[in-house]
Ligand binder design. Structure first.
Ligand SMILES: Nc1nc2c(ncn2[C@@H]2O[C@H](COP(=O)(O)OP(=O)(O)OP(=O)(O)O)[C@@H](O)[C@H]2O)c(=O)[nH]1
Length: 139
């Protein structure tokens, strides 16, 4: 349960198995899913390329030009190993019409923030017409 703007959201999370750009994206990943969190590592150019391929596949699968998405650059605590600048992540997210943030799984606070952001994106897509409590499925 996550609270955003005084409203409680029941989040149901679906984690994908490790993906690479060649893996098939099962149709089930588009059924009953309201928003997507795409995560790359700021220490890996490969992962940054893979999220771009995954995003393309995702749009193909859901058949829309935009879906509520948050692009997350994770491992921001690894300063010495960083290869992707925040501006590059932001630019990519902007090109998708998605929200962007950087996080560290080592900081609980940024992890919670990711879920708050995807709820806001889903709300935006939903036109903010909100019943008392919502169920959201996030992948
Ligand atoms: N320093 C640091 N390490 C992290 C962070 N997030 C994940 N890791 C480490 O990165 C490794 C992979 O993390 P996972 O959570 O298994 O990554 P994943 O993308 O779910 O992996 P698969 O889906 O199994 O491919 C683990 O050793 C984590 O401890 C982070 O924010 N900072």
């Amino acid at each position: 349960m996550v609270s955003v703007n005084g409203q409680d959201f029941n989040l149901q999370l679906v984690d994908t198995a490790g993906q690479d750009e060649y893996s098939i994206f099962p149709q089930s990943h588009s059924m009953d899913i309201h928003g997507y969190v795409l995560v790359y590592s700021v220490t890996s150019m490969k992962s940054f390329e893979v999220v771009q391929v995954l995003h393309d596949k995702l749009l193909d699968m859901v058949g829309k030009i935009q879906v509520p998405t948050v692009l997350v650059g994770n491992k921001k605590d690894l300063h010495m190993e960083r290869v992707i600048k925040p501006e590059e992540g932001k630019k990519l997210a902007d090109s998708w019409g998605a929200a962007f943030m950087e996080s560290s799984a080592k900081e609980n606070e940024t992890a919670v923030e990711v879920f708050k952001r995807i709820i806001l994106e889903m709300e935006k897509a939903d036109g903010n017409a909100a019943p008392e409590e919502k169920k959201c499925a996030v992948m």
